[in-house]
Design a protein around this ligand. Structure first.
Ligand code: NDP
Length: 455
């Protein structure tokens, strides 16, 4: 990835030296720089109005993780060969509560990716209004093409180190790319064996039968669509009849498609790293789930089995004309050219289901064209918000039903929308959800840090 952020938006005089230090202390970490730059840019007006944040060194402390753990993950493959991967857990900020954030298993994982995700997570978690700090972890392990037994052995080895660093009141990981219910199950099992304790509160995203919460699986995708609903409502519009493009075909994508369809829209695309499918009749969710969740197959299978659908190998899903786009695969998957195509085709709203899927240039293009744009830290916060609900249910030994849990998720998303909207207005950038989300998240965590002293 080329680094473009440094020259994209000017930073305030107070923020620029912080960013320069971040770059010199963390060289070759472009995703991390990109995430920090965006937040420092957004909070410029807050720093100007409230010098206390600068005077008390909040920025210097915020950009430096409280703790970074890197460890060896050895495991034996099915042919008896020893393999070694690298494991990470970055415990970024615990001013608002125990560290909370997912684990990503993907070959691209490195310290830059984990730090960008952990940094974003601080503000996202603050936005949910719940008592959760920010953290992230994962490994460069690639679950694709591995047998069940290999995935299990890897997860067990990963937990064999991670268990020392997590806990209900310390750090509560969850899933992310490559980590779903199956992997959480294997990791939870290993934790229980090592510690001889059935502590539900150490991971979220657990199975419904053994401590998991209703709606957690659906929460991120559903939440992103609820956020679109709120943005459209400000302009007196609804999802009814809208054409929606979703990228990815994993956890976030599948449930974004489901909720968009339940609310009267027509979701017509899905993708994976091999290409995308278009189904003008609307995605057959049962078929997509069968291929992706049950068979763990490739997206081309969908077009092979569904009359009228087509597969575009290696294609760019954003070339499909739609009213709404929900990028739900990975970081920087939607660049300036893609944004221009979406805009030329009349896109009305973009909500990031994934973390940082749009490049800074793409975000700028959407905002310059008055496209409603929801950044990931607001639009995909329903996942972690519902994880916090799972934590409360574990702590109180309660079990909420689906409808109650979905209503809670809806309330969380409405509150995040409104908090971001209001913060943008307060600082003179109405309709700018990027600024609003960063400011609202920053104020909450920075005030907690101020109150808790220099630690
Ligand atoms: P999954 O592993 O379930 O699905 C990921 C999907 O994205 C797959 O279809 C995958 O295709 C595709 N993808 C991943 N990496 C790439 C890549 N480099 N190029 C092209 N396609 C890619 O992950 P999730 O759905 O859980 O996560 C998706 C995004 O949402 C991530 O950015 C994650 O951080 C974010 N997110 C997830 C939350 C959650 O609750 N799960 C919460 C908040 C944010 P393939 O199989 O070919 O790799």
């Amino acid at each position: 990835m080329t680094e473009t952020t440094a020259d994209f938006h000017p930073l305030s005089a107070a923020a620029q030296p912080i960013f320069d230090t971040v770059r010199s202390l963390n060289p070759n970490e472009p995703e991390f720089h990109q995430a920090v730059h965006e937040v420092l840019h957004s909070i410029g007006p807050v720093l100007e109005r409230h010098p206390k944040y600068i005077e008390n060194g909040i920025l210097e402390r915020l950009v430096e993780p409280e703790r970074q753990i890197i460890f060896r993950v050895p495991w034996i493959d099915d042919s008896g060969r020893l393999r070694v991967n690298r494991g990470y857990r970055v415990q970024y900020n615990s001013a608002l509560g125990p560290y909370k954030g997912g684990l990503r298993f993907h070959p691209s994982v490195n310290i830059s990716i984990i730090k960008f995700l952990g940094f974003e997570q601080i503000f996202k978690n603050a936005l949910t209004g719940q008592g959760i700090g920010g953290g992230k972890g994962g490994s460069n392990f690639d679950p694709h093409g591995k047998s069940e037994a290999e995935v299990m052995r890897f997860c067990q080895s990963f937990m064999n180190e991670l268990y020392r660093h997590i806990g209900e009141h310390t750090d509560v990981p969850a899933g992310d790319i490559g980590v779903g219910g199956r992997e959480i199950g294997y990791m939870f099992g290993m934790y229980r064996k090592i510690t001889n304790r059935h502590e539900s509160g150490i991971l979220t995203g657990k199975g419904i039968g053994w401590g998991g919460a209703q709606v957690r699986t659906e929460a991120t995708g559903y939440g992103a669509v609820f956020f679109v609903q709120s943005m459209l409502a400000v302009h007196g519009q609804t999802l009814e009849g809208k054409r929606v493009a979703v990228s990815g075909s994993g956890n976030v994508a599948i449930y974004a498609i489901e909720k968009a369809q339940q609310l009267g829209a027509r979701a017509i695309t899905a993708s994976d790293s091999s290409g995308y499918i278009v189904d003008d009749a609307g995605i057959d969710l049962g078929l997509l789930r069968q291929i992706k969740e049950v068979e763990r197959g490739r997206i081309v299978e969908y077009a092979n089995r569904r009359p009228g659908a087509r597969f575009v190998e290696g294609g760019n899903v954003w070339e499909v004309p739609v009213d709404i786009a929900v990028p739900s695969a990975t970081q920087n998957e939607l660049n300036l050219d893609s944004a221009r195509m979406l805009i030329a085709n009349g896109v009305r709203a973009v909500a990031e289901g994934a973390n940082m899927p749009s490049t800074p240039e793409a975000v700028g293009a959407f905002q310059d064209s008055d496209v409603l744009f929801a950044p990931g830290k607001a639009a995909n916060a329903g996942g972690v918000g519902t994880s916090a609900l799972e934590m409360s249910q574990n702590a109180s030994r309660q079990r909420w039903n689906f409808d109650h849990s979905e209503q809670k998720l809806r309330d969380i998303m409405t509150d995040i929308h409104d908090a971001s909207f209001r913060a943008a207005e307060r600082y003179g950038t109405p309709g700018d959800y990027v600024a609003g989300a960063n400011i609202a998240g920053f104020e909450r965590v920075a005030d907690a840090m101020l109150a808790q002293g220099v630690i």
